[in-house]
Design a protein around this ligand. Structure first.
Ligand SMILES: *Cc1c(COP(=O)(O)O)cnc(C)c1O
Length: 369
């Protein structure tokens, strides 16, 4: 069994994906071919925002957003302490200071009450600018409360939906909740390509224009008139063509399929282990199905012995990462993030999992505990 079986998806979509790739090869339009702009429009329509700007990966997408906002030295950016490294890496990379915020035990997403506490206790000399709100494991953060809080305090919300594409709150789609939102098309994400890729979403015309400039070397109205220092961060035409096929499958069937797999897991496991909590009105795109186990490492080893792959996302809070030692003295405790990193275990999860596979994983897990 595979943790995320991408080959099964390829087999299901092979004729269309192969044809799309060959069309790009024959066209010779490898950089910014027509598929890139077509995909951006399709993604913007799917999410329900005005602008989608594709780029080279989800990490660059986060960086580009901070660049467009002019975030830099002396600025504080709040980041959940339980996430993938990129969410905070980009803050340090641009010269700003990440301030780590605890997460909720049931949703794994940023805690508004701890954000309030960390803002109130912000070390002197730092200007609060933005909050990176991550849609962890596919579940949107609590954006209604976050937006109200951010507006009150003049903070910008950067929605890191690298894992969240396809999730929703009362029907409104992830990637539409932040002042700018980002996603990743890394192969194992809910919507993945066959390499690296990413995108940004915003309703703001000025930011959209800045992002389009920053992603191509800070170009001005002419490509060889560079008006700001930017990045080389385009989405390959080949990846855009693959994503056009995959977006259709994602919207037509995969998002529903992965939600059925999650329901089945929960039906087996609820009451026996701590299963993921989806608040009323929220929908997850299930980048991961993550349970909490007191003796996680032993259970993971038992599953492995039974041929069941599982993963620990994430074994360390951000504040414990070696690279963040230089900002460690600015941080205050995040007990939930510490507890989760010792107890979480993500189970095999993808839209092409069969009922028999979900049953097998569930039975082996229950036997192991
Ligand atoms: C994967 C991921 C990213 C980075 O995306 P890449 O495309 O790999 O650069 C950023 N944030 C989160 C939460 C992620 O899971």
């Amino acid at each position: 069994m595979q943790f995320r079986d991408l080959n099964r998806q390829y087999q299901a979509l092979k004729p269309e994906i192969d044809a799309a790739m060959l069309r790009v090869a024959a066209s010779g339009a490898f950089i910014m071919g027509p598929q890139v702009a077509e995909l951006e429009q399709q993604l913007a329509d799917y999410v329900g925002v005005k602008h989608c700007i594709s780029c080279a990966n989800g990490t660059d997408a986060l960086s580009l957003a901070l660049m467009a906002w002019g975030v830099g030295a002396g600025d504080a950016v709040f980041v959940p302490n339980f996430t993938f490294f990129s969410s905070a890496e980009v803050v340090s990379h641009i010269g700003a200071t990440p301030i780590f915020v605890d997460v909720e035990m049931d949703t794994f997403n940023i805690s508004l009450s701890d954000l309030e506490a960390k803002l109130a206790a912000l070390p002197a000399g730092l200007t609060p600018r933005a909050v990176v709100a991550v849609d962890l494991f596919g579940l949107p953060a609590d954006f209604r409360a976050l937006r109200a809080f951010a507006n009150r305090h003049g903070l910008l919300i950067l929605e890191d939906a690298a894992q969240g594409f396809g999730g929703s709150i009362d029907g409104q789609k992830a990637c539409s909740f932040g002042h700018i939102a980002t996603t990743s098309f890394f192969p194992a994400k809910p919507l993945g390509c066959y390499g690296d890729g990413g995108a940004l979403f915003t309703d703001n015309d000025d930011w959209a224009a800045l992002l389009r400039s920053f992603r191509v070397h800070g170009k001005g109205s002419d490509k060889y008139d560079n008006v700001r220092i930017g990045l080389n961060s385009r989405l390959d035409t080949l990846q855009a063509a693959i994503l056009q096929v995959k977006l259709k499958a994602f919207a037509d069937s995969e998002l529903d399929a992965v939600n059925r797999v999650a329901s089945r897991y929960t039906a087996y496991l609820a009451g026996r282990v701590a299963t993921p909590h989806i608040p009323a009105g929220f929908r997850s795109s299930w980048a991961q199905y993550t349970v909490q186990l007191a003796d996680r490492d032993r259970v993971q080893a038992a599953l492995k012995a039974d041929g069941i792959p599982s993963m620990v996302y994430y074994p360390k809070p951000m504040s414990a990462q070696t690279a963040f030692a230089p900002v460690a003295h600015l941080q205050s405790p995040c007990p939930n993030a510490a507890r989760l990193s010792a107890t979480v275990l993500s189970l095999p999860m993808h839209p092409y999992m069969t009922d028999a596979e979900v049953t097998l994983v569930s039975e082996k897990l229950l036997a192991a505990i």
